[in-house]
Write a protein that binds this ligand. Structure first.
Ligand SMILES: C[S@@+](CC[C@H](N)C(=O)[O-])C[C@H]1O[C@@H](n2cnc3c(N)ncnc32)[C@H](O)[C@@H]1O
Length: 235
């Protein structure tokens, strides 16, 4: 039985699949595409043939991975929203991807199943509390093999205060307005707008990954710190 918060997030994403990608591209002026591709290229430098994209949504990251993966790589894409997965299954790359409907907090995979785990723009959504985020990352750690990598792309908190303030104002003015208008779900985009300014600075997110067991945790900031790619390894 999902908790109230989990049920709310699941409903929010089930309302927006048809317009989800378009709204992201408009709101980020196309930067989300550049950032996802960059994270996919970093992720694809992984050895091993079992890869998984968590909280895949409409499957953009999984599709990029499938284009970069060596022949024989199995790519799994996991999400708990059936409408999002249905949208993902329409991608031309879908026949190279195995879609799995599951809550990432309790993955239906044995320990040490994957060589690579990716996640893009979903950390804010699984951050129902700091403890739950640590537990979710620990679940990723559990299903990774030794030497396996976790690559995470997410919006971030710019450290330079004027940039941070402009970013927060932009989010406040446009995310709910544009997202709500195009998708028809104001609730979904009001929720998404609220999660961005409340998110962790990159150093703190790196600390949360370490707390979940990851080692060699590093991050790179993108576009004045508006987003960041974190990487960690299971040694
Ligand atoms: C903001 S979207 C990100 C989608 C995609 N990764 C991207 O790059 O655009 C967040 C996705 O995470 C999924 N999600 C949120 N919490 C989840 C959970 N606990 N288990 C599985 N999926 C979850 C939602 O259904 C949604 O599709």
């Amino acid at each position: 039985m999902p908790s109230q918060k989990t049920g709310f997030v699941q409903r929010v994403f089930s309302e927006v699949p048809a317009t989800y990608e378009l709204i992201n591209h408009i709101l980020t002026l196309g930067f989300d595409i550049i950032w996802r591709r960059r994270a996919a290229r970093i992720a694809a430098m992984t050895d091993g043939d079992q890869w998984a994209d968590m909280c895949t949504g409409t499957g953009e990251m999984a599709a990029y991975l499938s284009r970069l993966a060596p022949k024989g790589t199995r790519i799994y894409a996991i999400d708990f929203s059936p409408p999002m997965l249905e949208e993902a299954s329409r991608k031309p790359e879908a026949d190279r991807i195995t879609f799995v409907s599951s809550d990432i907090k309790a993955l239906p995979f044995p320990n040490e199943s994957f060589d690579l785990i990716t996640m893009s723009f979903a950390t804010r959504n699984i951050n129902l509390s700091r403890d739950i985020l640590v537990q979710s990352f620990a679940e990723y750690y559990r299903v990774l093999r030794r030497g396996g990598r976790f690559v995470n792309l997410e919006t971030s908190r710019p450290s330079f205060a004027p940039v941070r303030k402009c970013f927060d104002l932009y989010i406040k003015l446009f995310v709910e307005l544009i997202g709500g208008r195009i998708s028809g779900s104001r609730t979904a985009y009001a929720y998404l707008a609220k999660t961005i300014p409340r998110f962790y600075p990159p150093e703190e997110l790196a600390g949360i990954m370490c707390q979940a067991g990851f080692e060699k945790v590093t991050f790179q900031q993108l576009l004045f710190g508006l987003a960041a790619i974190h990487q960690g390894t299971k040694l």
